[in-house]
Design a protein. Structure first.
Length: 198
């Protein structure tokens, strides 16, 4: 082999090696940059999930404490066989944070916390629906009582008794749902205390 061929092939060999090294380092740089960006995105999502869970925690605490100070305290004071004879005003959806962030709940990595959040809100909504039902039949009871007092018609009196029995059953259901929600709230607050993404 002559010197010119050797020099040319050495130069080619050096260029190939240099190109491979440069390409390898470029690829490594791109991979590291991608990993950093992915880690940054994961950290940002983790922070958002944590913020959503803590906001839900605050919403649940505020709503539960408010409820316990109003209708909840009256319900707990009922004796067996009594009706819940108080209108509990429910005018709109109280679960603003939960409803606005329901898509994030599925991203909570702690499956027990995720299930507890969904269970708490589902039970709370069932409790509110039962209060709405109780409000409706209480209104009907008061209407029938008024007619019975005005007319002394036994048809109205029988209707008052029938509605009263339905309201007694509704009170039992309200109390059971109240206890279920209370238990679920306590569990959710305990689980959310340790953090959503731990």
């Amino acid at each position: 082999m002559c010197w010119e061929q050797w020099s040319w092939s050495n130069g080619l060999f050096g260029a190939v090696i240099g190109g491979l090294l440069a390409g390898g380092f470029t690829l490594l740089g791109v991979m590291l940059s991608h990993k950093k960006e992915t880690d940054r995105e994961l950290a940002a999502e983790k922070a958002i999930i944590e913020a959503v869970v803590q906001s839900i925690r605050v919403e649940v605490e505020v709503l539960w404490n408010r409820y316990k100070g109003t209708a909840g305290s009256h319900l707990v004071g009922l004796r067996e066989g009594e009706i819940f004879g108080m209108f509990y005003p429910i005018s709109h959806d109280y679960f603003t944070i939960y409803n606005a962030n329901s898509g994030m709940i599925g991203k909570v990595p702690d499956s027990a916390l995720r299930a507890s959040i969904v269970r708490t809100y589902t039970l709370a909504k069932a409790l509110l629906d039962t209060y709405l039902f109780n409000n409706k039949i209480l209104e009907e009871l008061q209407y029938m009582q008024l007619h019975f007092l005005e007319t002394n018609n036994q048809v109205h009196g029988s209707r008052v008794q029938a509605i009263t029995e339905v309201m007694k059953q509704a009170a039992v259901l309200l109390r059971q749902l109240h206890e279920d929600v209370e238990s679920s709230v306590e569990e959710m607050l305990r689980l959310s205390n340790r953090g959503a993404t731990t």
